[in-house]
Design a protein around this ligand. Structure first.
Ligand code: ZN
Ligand code: ZN
Length: 334
């Protein structure tokens, strides 16, 4: 069953027709664990990558410590197997086999001594790819002649690469024409180590859905915001705080992974990002969000936090230049 956004509690452009001028479409991606191929749009699957093009690397790190991806995946595999079995009647917790219990114990012990990398360049991690044919809002960002964007990251925080990625992994965007990749790479490199297990995406297929969004209030004229607030107070007085929808969390910006739309600033003051190459105001291309079930937006069916990815406190966004999408992008965390 395809996850879809519930009916909006109300159409906010009825009480505030002037919001129509600020409407933007966004494509909610609704990632769900699966087995995507290099031909699909996805999070955490194999990229459609030309065999003769060098796989990008990061050279900023020495002998860093972290977690080996295969160890993190094996741990998840054991948890999933145990969770699928009936719980022991004696209430002793998960239904591990003796061999699994010993393996989990060994991993827990090893967790106190994180794996160390030997200092060689780290191949970047394939995070996601999106085809314009699957994601309606991608075309507005794509450089001429391209229809596919691929996102890779170095799974360590704290880079000083000019993209404002201090709060999460350093990202790279690659735009291509999918039809040009006639000889795709068959075995995809990946970094031997990641700083955090939550920088390692669960492979997910997508269920794209286009929605309409309205801006974070700080982008609106103050007089309009005052009227929206008075309207919210009036509804709350009539139906009670719990039942009253709010502009910010129920009616304007969808949570979860998405392409396009508006950017939320629920953790910090609004920062207007400008392109370092030409000064144009930048727009959010990709929003990665820990969960997608907040407020009235929770799609049915769940789960609410499907990709296992967290960067920033909950959101990590790639902003691009609308004048020229090949200008350097910037990251922003919430
Ligand atoms: Zn790096
Ligand atoms: Zn620019």
């Amino acid at each position: 069953m395809k996850p879809t956004t519930p009916y909006r509690p109300l159409d906010v452009t009825v009480p505030f027709p002037e919001l129509t001028a600020y409407a933007r479409t966004a494509t909610r991606l609704h990632p769900r664990p699966g087995a995507p191929s290099a031909a699909d749009s996805h999070v955490g699957g194999p990229l459609l990558w030309p065999e003769d093009e060098a796989w990008p690397e990061c050279r900023e790190h020495g002998r860093v410590r972290g977690v080996r991806p295969r160890r993190a995946r094996r741990y998840e595999e054991i948890l999933a197997a145990a969770a699928a079995r009936p719980r022991p009647a004696d209430g002793s917790g998960w239904a591990y086999t003796a061999a699994e219990r010993a393996e989990v114990q060994a991993m827990t012990d090893a967790g106190h001594q994180p794996d160390e990398h030997d200092g060689s360049p780290l191949p970047l991690l394939a995070l996601a790819q999106f085809h314009a044919r699957d994601v309606p809002d991608l075309a507005a960002f794509a450089p001429p002649g391209t229809d596919l964007v691929q996102v890779l990251w170095c799974p360590f925080a704290g880079h000083e690469d000019g993209s404002y990625s201090h709060f999460g992994p350093s990202t790279r965007l690659f735009w291509r024409r999918a039809a040009d990749v006639t000889n795709p790479l068959s075995v995809q490199p990946e970094p031997p180590i990641v700083e955090r297990t939550w920088y390692l995406p669960v492979p997910c297929v997508l269920h794209p859905e286009q929605v309409t969004e309205y801006p974070w209030a700080d982008y609106l004229p103050p007089a309009l915001v005052s009227r929206i607030e008075a309207w919210e107070d009036d509804i709350e007085a009539r139906v009670g705080r719990d039942a009253a929808p709010t502009y910010q969390y129920d009616l304007s910006i969808a949570p979860g992974w998405k392409i396009g739309g508006w950017d939320s600033w629920h953790r910090t003051d609004l920062v207007r990002l400008h392109c370092e190459a030409c000064g144009a105001g930048m727009r959010p291309l990709l929003t990665m969000d820990r969960c997608e079930s907040q407020a009235s937006w929770g799609p049915f069916p769940g789960p609410g936090c499907p990709t296992g990815v967290t960067a920033g406190r909950d959101e990590y966004r790639a902003f691009v230049c609308p004048a020229d999408p090949t200008h350097p992008h910037r990251m922003s965390a919430q």
